[in-house]
Ligand binder design. Structure first.
Ligand code: NAD
Length: 484
């Protein structure tokens, strides 16, 4: 087992992310002995909690994993709480002392990981203070982990990146995109790299179009305040969707190293055409949900949601066509779409192949579907002879899904990603070069929309988006594929 000693300093220890994702993931890693006797966690937030109270909160967060009594107490004795205001320099002195003490006590070799489970506006000051208080001056590794959003446009992202790199070198900055921890996203490169059946066809010669759909059934729920300032383009396209696109479009390196994969992804993103305002209008559509119903359930419109401006022009849906200007992909539309209050929750990729046989008129296009969530697996549609007729064909789908029992035993996204941070593998994290290029791509779309005062297209809650999204693909004689 791969166990490195490590001190984990968690900023935002009383928050939602910590309770729902991080403590459960720490416990799974503890059970597998990735975390063994040589780890300690310092939880910090403003509230004046005791270690005992903190341990109760952590115990609650792992209760559904049914730890045995000895297991739980062995785990919890590694947890310490320090009340801390991130803006107060003197508090970092207290943290420094506690960190050194725990380093001795648990023999942590000076290895430290700082998890910033807090609003991004705090990131800059936290890392600056970590440096000023010499907390990061240890013999071991010092890695910082943060969550999106990484800025709200290229400029703010760049400013944040500069603040971070004044303290941590890029190789020690781990930007989490939790989709990159998902089984089937990690499977994209394996599918491509190990199936000559697929990789030999992976270009504009054989592929007609690529579709990436991130559909959500939920509305904005309690996040209206945040979401209304953000919108679907920045919340989903800038990060998750462009990450998936880069994995699909990149040139496969001959050797799958962290550096080679990153180089490939960055090159793919750099080949994505950056649109001017006219091209945005021709290739991207947005929409906002209005009241609607599905399966006898009624949903309010977006503008009626809590904490949303009743005159909001924020998009809850985006569909677009990206074009990749390189030899492999010239002429192949990469369609993407994402939205809230659609008919169902589902993240899927469809690779639609060209119909190139001499019998094209009786054949349908082959489609490779990669199911990312909630079901995970893939399917491939082929044409076979119809049983009842000599001359026609019928589509046949070869389909594979991981079953839920198998999935229960695979690591969760946060567990994989935390494991990667501890072992120092940044393959499944977002490098600054990727963040920067993704913002350049998305910023011009946002700017074009901000200058456009036409009424926003709408769609009824419980449908798959505005009519304009269907027209967008129909213009190229394509259609969205959405099969169970
Ligand atoms: P939260 O509001 O539940 O928690 C924020 C934490 O920060 C709390 O522990 C709070 O005490 C602490 N805090 C706030 N001001 C402080 C200060 N001045 N000094 C010290 N501590 C302070 O937020 P969250 O949902 O846990 O999200 C944290 C970050 O992770 C956010 O940036 C969010 O965008 C991101 N994120 C969250 C989720 C999620 O599932 N909750 C998913 C993806 C990304």
């Amino acid at each position: 087992n791969n166990s490195e000693p490590v001190l984990m300093m968690l900023f935002g220890a009383t928050g939602d992310l910590a309770k729902r994702k991080l403590y459960p993931a720490f416990f799974r890693l503890f059970r597998q002995q990735v975390l063994n006797d040589h780890f300690a966690v310092i939880g910090t937030a403003r509230r004046p909690w005791s270690d005992d109270h903190f341990r109760e909160v952590v115990a609650d967060a792992i209760a559904d994993q049914n730890p045995t009594e000895p297991e739980q107490s062995a785990f919890l004795q590694h947890f310490y709480y320090q009340s801390h205001d991130v803006g107060d320099a003197s508090h970092y002195q207290t943290l420094a002392k506690l960190a050194d003490k725990l380093d001795q006590q648990y023999q942590l070799a000076g290895n430290r990981m700082y998890y910033l489970a807090m609003a991004p506006r705090f990131f800059g000051q936290i890392v600056t203070q970590l440096k000023a208080a010499k907390i990061i001056d240890t013999a071991g590794f010092n890695r910082v982990v943060l969550e999106k959003p990484f800025g709200t446009d290229y400029e703010s992202a760049n400013k944040l990146s500069q603040e971070l790199t004044q303290v941590f070198p890029e190789k020690d900055i781990f930007r989490i995109d939790h989709y990159l921890g998902k089984e089937m996203i990690q499977n994209i490169l394996t599918l491509r790299a190990t199936n000559s059946l697929l990789e030999s066809q992976w270009s504009n010669q054989y592929i007609d179009n690529v579709q990436i759909t991130f559909a959500e059934a939920l509305g904005v729920e309690q996040r209206g305040g945040y979401y209304d300032q953000t919108g679907a383009l920045k919340d989903m396209v800038q990060n998750h969707i462009l990450q998936v696109l880069s994995l699909l479009a990149m040139e496969l390196p001959t050797k799958m190293s962290e550096a080679a994969i990153r180089t490939g992804k960055v090159a793919a993103l750099k080949a994505v055409r950056i649109y001017n305002a006219d091209e945005v209008a021709a290739n991207f559509v947005r929409g906002q949900y209005t009241a609607g119903s599905l399966n006898n359930e009624q949903f309010a419109g977006y503008r009626e949601e809590p904490a949303v401006d009743p005159k909001s022009r924020t998009e809850t849906f985006v569909a677009g066509k990206f074009q990749i200007d390189n030899e492999r992909w010239q002429g192949v539309p990469f369609y993407v779409r994402t939205g809230k209050r659609l008919t169902e929750k589902g993240t899927r990729i469809n690779i639609v192949f060209k119909n190139l046989t001499a019998n094209a008129e009786i054949a349908t296009q082959n489609v490779l579907t990669i199911y990312i969530q909630p079901t995970e697996g893939f399917s491939l549609s082929l044409n076979g002879k119809a049983l009842d007729n000599q001359s026609t064909t019928t589509p046949i789908r070869l389909s594979y899904r991981h079953d839920s029992q198998m999935m229960a035993n695979t690591p969760e996204a946060y567990e994989r990603l935390l494991h990667d941070v501890i072992t120092g593998d940044a393959t499944n994290f977002t490098h600054w070069d990727e963040v920067a290029q993704s913002w350049r791509i998305v910023d011009t779309i946002r700017q074009a929309w901000d200058q456009d005062d036409q009424p926003l297209p709408t769609y009824a809650a419980g449908t798959m988006g505005p009519k304009a999204a269907f027209d967008l693909v129909a213009k190229n004689d394509n259609q969205w594929i959405w099969q169970p």
